[in-house]
Design a protein. Structure first.
Length: 69
């Protein structure tokens, strides 16, 4: 029973404290993010194409070896 009385007293006290007494948080400042030049990068495309071609060769070889057995 004492737990309920303590809980009721804590809730009553929390409701009694005015919100204006709480400290005001400062408003956050906007974050500015600068992007790249936005152009097409041939070096990145070459890396992706090479990786894709290598993956296709490995998978093709694995399929060919599987069928030979």
């Amino acid at each position: 029973m004492r737990v309920f009385i303590s809980l009721a007293a804590a809730l009553a006290l929390a409701a009694w404290v005015p919100l204006a007494a709480l400290p005001e948080r400062p408003s956050p400042q906007p974050v500015v993010v600068e992007g790249g030049d936005g152009g097409f990068h041939w070096g990145d495309a070459a890396i992706g194409a090479t990786a894709g071609f290598g993956t296709a060769l490995v998978l093709g070889g694995a399929i060919a070896l599987r069928r030979m057995r």
